[in-house]
Design a binder for this molecule. Sequence first.
Ligand SMILES: NC(=O)c1ccc[n+]([C@@H]2O[C@H](COP(=O)([O-])OP(=O)(O)OC[C@H]3O[C@@H](n4cnc5c(N)ncnc54)[C@H](OP(=O)(O)O)[C@@H]3O)[C@@H](O)[C@H]2O)c1
Length: 246
Amino acid sequence: MSRSILILGATSSLARRISLALAKPGDRVVLAARDRAELDIIAADLRVRADAAVTALAFDAADFGAHCAFSDAVLTAVGPPDIVVIATGALGDQVAARSDPRKILDIGASNFLGAATGLAGIVDAMEARGAGHLLVLSSVAGDRGRASNYVYGAAKAGMNAYFAGLRGRLHGAGVRVTTVKLGFVDTQMVFGKPGMFLVADPAAIARRVAGLVDKPKDIVYAPWFWAFIMLIIRSIPETVFKRLPL
Ligand SMILES: NC(=O)c1ccc[n+]([C@@H]2O[C@H](COP(=O)([O-])OP(=O)(O)OC[C@H]3O[C@@H](n4cnc5c(N)ncnc54)[C@H](OP(=O)(O)O)[C@@H]3O)[C@@H](O)[C@H]2O)c1
């Protein structure tokens, strides 16, 4: 049976691989991203490789005024999606963001707020239809605020709380929400950044995310060992944690 799929942030390194892993012949796919030229290339590639009907839609997470029209355009193109993958995000300049309110807003929009506002109408339609699965790419950074990246971490923490609430709201309607808390993955987002360790292969992570479709998972750490790392990180008393150079 053909499915309808929405990929938010379709130009992301991970989203490209997830789209290819998910889309099958006959599926109806909406790829949404802000880089229109890159988006059109990815859409053309997916049409050929997956033999799917692909629609490319502009989506800027920070352009809140356009989100109702975006939601309408998605529903017109494919109806309430069977699968939604949320992959927008940006580390931003964490040091500059400490004192620049616009950068704080941009990081908040890219990582969390844009997905919440862009999907609001679509989530309502999925709830009314009583089916579907949202796969949310989040980060272990949302598990605890760290001095070196608390603006990004706060956005991901907001995302985690928002989609946890949505999971509760949609549970009775038969719509699943899976939050994937990623550790470091070798993509353009972290390329050249200092302090990276245990960096995962994006192809393996994409396979893991795509394999979660229709599985009753609520929160998944990827790779799995980050669940234990974050258990330790979360258990450190704040009076000690604030002194650590993290
Ligand atoms: N890679 C990691 O180590 C890692 C770790 C934890 C979590 N994650 C999360 O995984 C997700 C995918 O990241 P990735 O590793 O694939 O990195 P990526 O290749 O840099 O993808 C991030 C995507 O978000 C898009 N984006 C950023 N701000 C946007 C905005 N305002 N409007 C629309 N799109 C916007 C980017 O679009 P442009 O190309 O137009 O900038 C890009 O396509 C993100 O949510 C990220 O936070 C990644």
